[in-house]
Write a protein that binds this ligand. Structure first.
Ligand code: NAD
Ligand code: ZN
Length: 250
């Protein structure tokens, strides 16, 4: 058996013996669905870096420009379909007693592939939030009728209902995530560079409380040395090899 096959067998055993599993996903899991990650070259739009557009300052400086970038992203996501990695996680949830999926992604693909207990820590690309009254509406129009969109209740401009750089994640979302980490036996961390907080610290919290942490990524990340196993490869190829219907807990 080569090294990766041995690690996959090890990960399978650990997952099969786990009554409670938590999964943390990042942009990498959707890369095989054709949605660019932030760190890849194809993540650029009109030569802007995401860090220059996904901030409150950028939005208030030029709301239309930021909305045009979101239109570009909404157009890509609208055409994307879940890949085998997403479907494997839906299977894993179906066969696991206690399962929570925390995602940094805003693309909504985990819902489409069938996961149910999802915590979207960075919000959702298909929701618009009023900058004045806070009203949130679903909007799947690409292109939108008006940029920036206007609130139907108070007339102010809307913004994407996502968490930008320099913004805080709502406290209830953090609480739900930490509670799931506390309860889990095994944590899977998939396709995240481990640079953006607080997701970056979640694996550390799991390790500090004695959990088994398994990472899947194309490359080693700054956090890899902390984890029990790092499986190097595409999540769409590795994840379908990990779940099993032969669970051993009672
Ligand atoms: P990132 O772009 O910083 O890193 C992506 C990671 O995925 C990298 O470590 C890369 O090596 C890995 N990766 C790429 N392709 C992979 C594959 N096929 N299989 C396994 N791993 C793969 O993304 P991030 O760490 O999630 O954080 C950046 C922020 O970007 C997040 O806040 C997220 O909200 C946002 N984002 C979301 C989407 C989306 O919703 N699909 C897309 C781009 C960025
Ligand atoms: Zn409003």
């Amino acid at each position: 058996m080569d090294e990766l096959a041995e690690k996959i067998a090890d990960a399978r055993d650990r997952l099969a013996g786990a009554a409670s599993i938590i999964v943390l996903t990042g942009a990498g899991i959707s890369a095989e669905s054709g949605i660019p990650t932030f760190r890849g070259q194809e993540g650029l739009w009109q030569s802007f870096r995401p860090e220059e557009l996904a901030t409150p300052d950028a939005f208030w400086n030029d709301p239309k420009l930021v909305w045009e970038w979101y239109e570009w992203r909404r157009n890509i996501v609208k055409q994307a379909k879940p890949n085998p990695g997403h479907y494997a996680l839906a299977e894993l949830e179906a066969e696991t007693h206690n399962f929570t999926l925390i995602t940094q992604n805003i693309d909504g693909l985990h819902q489409i592939s069938g996961n149910r207990n999802i915590v979207e820590i960075h919000g959702n690309l298909w929701q618009v939030r009023c900058t004045k009254c806070g009203d949130i509406v679903e909007n799947h129009d690409v292109p939108m009728a008006e940029l920036p969109p206007r609130c139907q209740k108070c007339g102010e401009i809307g913004r994407p209902n996502v968490v930008w750089f320099n913004e805080v994640i709502p406290m209830d979302v953090i609480d739900r995530s930490l509670k799931a980490i506390e309860e889990c036996d095994v944590m899977l961390i998939i396709g995240t560079s481990g640079i953006v907080e607080p997701a970056a610290s979640m694996g550390l919290v799991a390790k500090q409380t004695g959990k088994c942490v398994i990472e899947i990524n194309l490359e080693m990340t700054p956090s890899s040395p902390l984890y029990d196993l790092t499986l190097l490869g595409k999540s769409g190829e590795i994840l379908p090899l990990l779940y099993t219907t032969e669970r051993t807990y009672s």
